[in-house]
Design a protein around this ligand. Structure first.
Ligand code: PLP
Length: 372
């Protein structure tokens, strides 16, 4: 037994063991619910109404994989609507961003092909690459020169993988240059828009749409569990891509489809986002407030995104700081090494449309006061 769990024992000894903690009503600077849609009563009512409209008789579960009993006409309709929204030919919905990323990276690149990944991409993309048979290499974060040197040596079909907005640092990828560079080398670009869906671009169509290159990026992942406030994800691209994934993507084929209620949530959440631009404006104004308040104060990031950080090296230090802030009723979480590089341990601070400027200012004061 001891040998079986020795990694856990080591973690406990180091004081970095992970545990589950229920949400206890503290002021939220931690969730990915950037726009407050996860707790919106308006959205809740609209989800219920959509479900009842399209499923007049209860269908609590989908009953199987989408290739078997778990598919409904309504699911096709939701995907068609989403394809229109994301200005793409087709989308395929997955049960989560994690399974969408596993699917695309384990299914598209073949033996003899090459995957080039930004070193900071999400674990789900790295896991997807590990499941497949292509060779995989990392390039330095947002470093186009390093990427180009690797593009020159890459074999077979080449896939370059990046996120439009990085979830640990809150910085953007240079997506325009990435698109140009991959096109120059005939490589395929895969962009994960998890943290930009619903916030950036026209009515939340994502960062690539904002930069006017969405149609030039063949493979995009949009997730629904962050700013959209619900659950699930889709891969967007051509109809051929969709057909290919339906045929070969194991995380799509070998799992029970999301239930009708979850598809009703997707339908309602995307209508909601198109009708409530006020949420996005409040978020952008809070990001602006943060940037002004932290200007010139060391340790704080000043990103043009809802994800901010306060760096305070050392796992023990950052845990002590997080506990102190939590004791003041503010929910912030410490990000420890090895999740981030040693020496860059930090608080990850998510800004939301529903945080008040006063809460943001108090949080910054609490962090600075901790050192005094
Ligand atoms: C960049 C990125 N991609 C994908 C995912 C996974 O998405 P989901 O939470 O829907 O599984 C996450 C969430 O943690 C993420 O941050």
């Amino acid at each position: 037994m001891n040998t079986l769990f020795k990694k856990l024992t080591a973690r406990k000894e180091e004081g970095i063991v992970r545990t589950l903690r229920a949400n206890d009503g503290k002021i939220d600077f931690s969730s990915n619910d950037y726009l407050g849609m996860a707790t919106s009563p308006v959205l809740a009512a609209s989800i219920e109404q959509t479900y009842q409209q399209f499923f007049p008789h209860p269908v609590n579960g989908s009953g199987g994989s989408r290739l078997l009993a778990g598919h409904f006409d309504f699911y096709d309709q939701v995907e068609k609507d989403l394809a229109r929204f994301f200005e793409t030919e087709a989308v395929l919905i997955f049960n989560s961003g994690y399974s969408a990323n596993l699917a695309i990276l384990s299914t598209l690149p073949q033996k003899g092909d090459t995957i080039l990944m930004d070193e900071y991409i999400h674990a789900s993309l790295k896991d997807g690459a590990r499941l497949g048979f292509a060779s995989r290499f990392s390039f330095r974060h947002n470093d186009l020169e390093d990427l180009e040197s690797k593009l020159k040596k890459a074999q077979g079909a080449v896939f370059v993988v990046a996120e439009s907005l990085y979830s640990m640092d809150g910085d953007f990828a240079p997506v325009v240059q990435l698109q140009q560079l991959t096109a120059q080398y005939g490589a395929y670009l895969i962009i994960d828009e998890a943290h930009t869906t619903g916030i950036f671009g026209e009515q939340g169509r994502g960062y690539l749409q904002e930069k006017k290159i969405a149609d030039q990026v063949p493979f995009k992942i949009y997730t629904f569990g962050k700013a959209m406030g619900i659950h699930g994800a889709c891969i967007a691209g051509s109809q051929e891509l969709k057909d290919y994934l339906i045929n070969f993507a194991r995380p799509f084929i070998y799992t029970t489809a999301m239930p009708p209620h979850a598809f009703a949530s997707v339908h309602a959440a995307f209508l909601h986002i198109q009708q409530h631009s006020d949420q996005k404006n409040e978020l952008l104004s809070n990001i602006q407030h943060w940037s002004t308040a932290v200007k010139g104060v060391s340790g704080f990031s000043s990103n043009e995104s809802p994800i901010q950080t306060y760096t305070y090296p050392g796992n023990q230090n950052i845990r002590a700081l997080a506990s102190y802030i939590q004791s003041k009723n503010y929910d912030v979480r410490a990000i420890l090494s090895p999740t981030v590089k040693e020496g860059s341990e930090r608080l990850r601070i998510c800004l939301h449309a529903y945080n008040t400027p006063q809460e943001i200012s108090t949080l910054i004061q609490l962090i600075t006061a901790f050192h005094e």
